[in-house]
Design a protein around this ligand. Structure first.
Ligand SMILES: *Cc1c(COP(=O)(O)O)cnc(C)c1O
Ligand SMILES: [Zn+2]
Length: 423
């Protein structure tokens, strides 16, 4: 019906609807080939608005035929207007897309339900992935719900918050001594041996489609208008490319008038192969051998979709920025203090990038801008534990409390107004 099969991104060769990820003719990556005529006849703003409050409201734009889907409620996350942060940075209209509210607290809850439902469609007995942490937690949770075995390869040395979160669902966690790229290479070899659905390997063409839902939601939440710019964290580059594709599909289906959104990609300085290529005007990626950054979720040295992400930056007249770890800590604290949202370091690259690029004039202060916060800071407390103000210990007396009030920090607000006594 709405899915024809797969198609090579490079040479256009068509393939049937199977578990494949590379073109047999040119070795290019495959993507889902939709029947847009069928979709156009069956989709409307009204039909979407009546749908479930999850990624599944866009099911006609996802590669799933099965009626029964695996759903923990991922997607349909808030888009917050951020007046305090906009004021602080001198911007006119700023929003944050807050994916920390997803079931396992990251944007991966958009891609994993699609991949796991696909694994059931293909009758697979087990699922697997290589992960920098967030994918692992999401896959472990959704595999539990789908009653499937999960084999998850992570680089050793991830944040303890992420490890505990993934372990609680009791998947098989294999911590590989080395980097993400080492873990991913091993997982790719294992995927050739066992008949399992590896969400970021043999299921990849289907899996990445889930990321388009963040673009659909942003547009729907802006009352079917596109923002001037979306700032997106880059790891493998898949999310970035999918958001671009999602916006183009809405245009093709006449659900928006004209797509003019510029896409800005952000990475941490300690692992910025895509941003570096863009800055140096290369169209090839030089892999980073040993990533070194607190933004571990973005520490992919050899990004699979890096080349296509650079293409999407150019195509949308966007730009890119790599932030130092210190800028990430400052950005986490800035977003928390002004807007009440706790981001992980990888997601805070978008706020650090917004600040730097608006100061340098590379982002116009009059634009409508959306920063994508893809993961929660509660998973990465290690990176900020020494950066917060400590609780002030007092004796259980009013006297001791008032001694404290004299010393406390007033956020630049009027101390006299706050310390106004009623007795
Ligand atoms: C996975 C992830 C991304 C984006 O990953 P891609 O591989 O580029 O799709 C962004 N932010 C966070 C926090 C992530 O976990
Ligand atoms: Zn091909």
């Amino acid at each position: 019906m709405h899915v024809i099969g797969l198609k090579c991104r490079e040479c256009g060769k068509e393939f049937p609807h199977e578990l494949l990820n590379t073109c047999s003719k040119c070795f290019g990556p495959l993507e889902v080939n939709y029947n847009f005529e069928y979709i156009q006849k069956n989709i409307s703003k009204g039909s979407i608005e009546k749908g479930p409050k999850s990624i599944w409201r866009y099911k006609l734009l996802l590669p799933i035929e099965r009626k029964e889907v695996i759903d923990l409620g991922g997607g349909y996350t808030p888009l917050h207007r951020c007046k305090n942060l906009a004021k602080e940075l001198g911007l006119r209209e700023l929003y944050v897309k807050d994916d920390t509210t997803n079931p396992t607290n990251s944007f991966k809850d958009r891609v994993v339900p699609v991949a796991v439902t696909k694994a059931l469609e293909f009758n697979m007995q087990a699922v697997g992935c290589a992960s920098t942490g967030n994918l692992a937690a999401s896959l472990a949770a959704h595999a539990a719900k789908a009653n499937l075995d999960a084999y998850i390869f992570i680089p050793s040395g991830l944040e303890i918050g992420k490890i505990v979160q993934m372990l609680i669902f009791e998947p098989n966690i294999i911590a590989v001594r080395g980097t993400y790229d080492n873990a991913n290479r091993l997982a790719t070899e294992v995927a050739d041996i066992y008949n399992w659905a590896f969400v970021n390997i043999n299921v990849r063409p289907y899996y990445v489609e889930g990321s388009k839902t963040s673009a659909y939601e942003i547009v729907e939440q802006l009352d079917w208008n596109v923002p001037d710019r979306i700032i997106i964290p880059l790891a493998s580059g898949a999310l970035f490319c999918s958001i671009n594709r999602g916006l183009r599909e809405l245009e093709k289906l006449d659900l928006i008038e004209e797509n003019h959104t510029m896409l800005t990609g952000t990475q941490p300085k300690g692992c910025s192969p895509i941003v570096d290529a863009w800055v140096e005007k290369r169209d090839y990626i030089i892999p980073v051998e040993k990533p070194s950054t607190i933004a571990k979720s973005l520490a992919i040295g050899d990004p699979a979709d890096g080349y296509y992400a650079i293409d999407a930056i150019k195509e949308t007249k966007g730009n890119a920025y790599a932030a130092k770890d210190k800028e990430l800590i400052d950005a986490i604290k800035l977003l928390a203090r002004t807007e009440g949202i706790f981001a992980e370091p990888g997601s805070a690259t978008t706020i650090a990038g917004l600040k730097a690029l608006s100061e340098s004039g590379d982002i116009d202060r009059d634009e409508t801008i959306v920063c994508y916060i893809t993961g929660s800071g509660l998973k990465t407390t290690d990176s900020v534990v020494n950066e917060t103000i400590k609780p002030y210990e007092i004796d259980p007396t009013v006297k001791s409390f008032e001694d404290y009030l004299e010393k406390r920090w007033y956020h630049g607000k009027s101390k006299d107004k706050i310390l106004f006594r009623i007795t």
